[in-house]
Design a protein around this ligand. Structure first.
Ligand code: PLP
Length: 393
């Protein structure tokens, strides 16, 4: 049996989405910007897909959804767009507040912008991996132009106080962006209730195809175009539209919004079963209270066991998990979120992330519990550090 528990890295495409996309690789391959029949016949499908996205986020279509190639592009577009539109013109408004545990698509972009005079404040997480709205509010100055705070963290699943921070930003006339990549389909992302100016999402995190994402932009908060060379997307991002993937993303987003209840019942129950079993292993830490996390995520540390070693044992048994963000996994670094939480340095190297989806089955969870428990015993029996700390402490 193969078990996939790395759904925060990417998800399998929903079979309904695959079926929906298929005609756009075959008979419906026209360019939607062409004036002939081939072009015209795909346009209604494109409009329908866009309509599904507006509905799923519960926003009016006077707002805008910019189609991008991925969440990384959406995050770059909003941060660099704000730089060009506001900061480059008014250096007195050059301050951006973000959290220290944003995805590298935000952190690295902010680092890049800091070389052009942008002043960045990164607010640290608390011992649970959470962010307090108060800490964000305290970081704001009269030079702050933007607050960028993810809706849910990719490593821990901790849900951040987006509603409160968005309301505060509006009151202070500060722009607010949220990277909602890990929230979509797991919590209700209803923008009629939460006042965001910009929101990032990515289809492959909610059972859509890879290589397509979106940036929601509120009416009146338009950003400059960063990709010049055509009139696509109303001139806001040039490049021939990837109709098949846009259609796939539309359906996937609709499905994800419709499955929030299932994620918070069926998937949450499976996650809790797995978490109860794994945290009954001695010397184990799970980060963040489970009711404050997305229903599919566990970040767990077993003292004395390197995350990488456990992953190899799981991998040999056909179980896929991760030590953290896939974007950082080519380096064997300590888990960045564990480091930010300030757990002891050993724990930062022992963190493992298990993330479920609505396609995960109970049999897969049972198998994972069995393999994980045996692997923990085996690895601890050969871990000299664990034996030593146990003897002294
Ligand atoms: N933001 C968050 C919170 C993520 O978890 C990820 C992917 O792990 C990204 C952004 C980047 O997504 P994409 O692969 O679509 O660029």
């Amino acid at each position: 049996m193969r078990v996939y528990l790395d759904n925060n890295a990417t998800t399998k495409v929903d079979p309904l989405v695959t079926v929906k996309m298929q005609p756009f690789f075959e008979e419906l391959y026209g360019n939607p910007n062409s004036l002939h029949k081939y072009g015209m016949e795909v346009r209604p499908h494109l409009n329908q897909a866009m309509g599904e996205m507006y509905d799923a986020l519960n926003v009016p279509d006077q707002d805008d959804i910019l189609i991008t190639s991925c969440a990384t592009e959406s995050n770059n577009a909003v941060l660099k767009g704000i730089y060009f539109k506001y900061i480059a013109k008014d250096p007195d408004k050059n301050h951006i507040v973000a959290t220290s545990v944003e995805h590298p698509a935000v952190l690295d972009t902010l680092h890049f912008l800091s070389e052009y005079g942008v002043d960045v404040t990164l607010v640290d997480v608390d011992e649970n991996g959470g962010i307090s709205a108060e800490a964000i509010k305290n970081a704001v100055t009269d030079k702050t132009i933007l607050i960028s705070m993810m809706w849910a963290n990719n490593e821990t699943g901790m849900i951040f106080p987006v509603e409160e921070v968005a309301a505060f930003a509006k009151e202070k006339e500060i722009l607010f962006h949220t990277d909602a990549v890990q929230a979509i389909g797991k919590v209700h992302v209803d923008l009629s209730k939460v006042n965001v100016d910009y929101l990032t999402f990515s289809a492959h995190k909610f059972h859509g195809p890879k290589g397509i994402g979106g940036l929601y932009v509120k009416k009146g908060k338009e950003l400059p175009n960063l990709l010049h060379g055509g009139e696509q997307m109303g001139g806001k991002r040039a490049g021939t539209l990837n109709v098949a993937y846009i259609v796939g993303m539309g359906l996937a987003l609709r499905q994800a919004a419709g499955h929030v209840e299932k994620m918070n019942s069926y998937v949450r129950d499976l996650r809790d079963k797995l978490e109860d079993a794994l945290s009954s292993i001695a010397d184990t830490i799970v980060v963040g209270p489970r009711e404050q996390r997305t229903p599919n995520t566990i970040l767990i540390s077993l003292r004395g066991i390197e995350g990488e070693s456990m992953l190899w044992d799981l991998n040999r048994a056909g179980i896929a998990a991760s030590t953290g963000s896939a974007c950082a996994s080519e380096s064997l670094e300590a888990n960045p979120v564990m480091s930010a939480i300030g757990e002891d340095p050993e724990l930062a190297h022992t963190a493992m992330r298990l993330s479920l989806s609505r396609f995960t089955t109970e049999a897969e969870i049972d198998r994972t519990i069995e393999v994980f428990t045996k692997a923990a015993e085996r690895l601890r029996s050969i871990s000299s550090t664990y034996a030593y700390t146990n003897e002294v402490g």
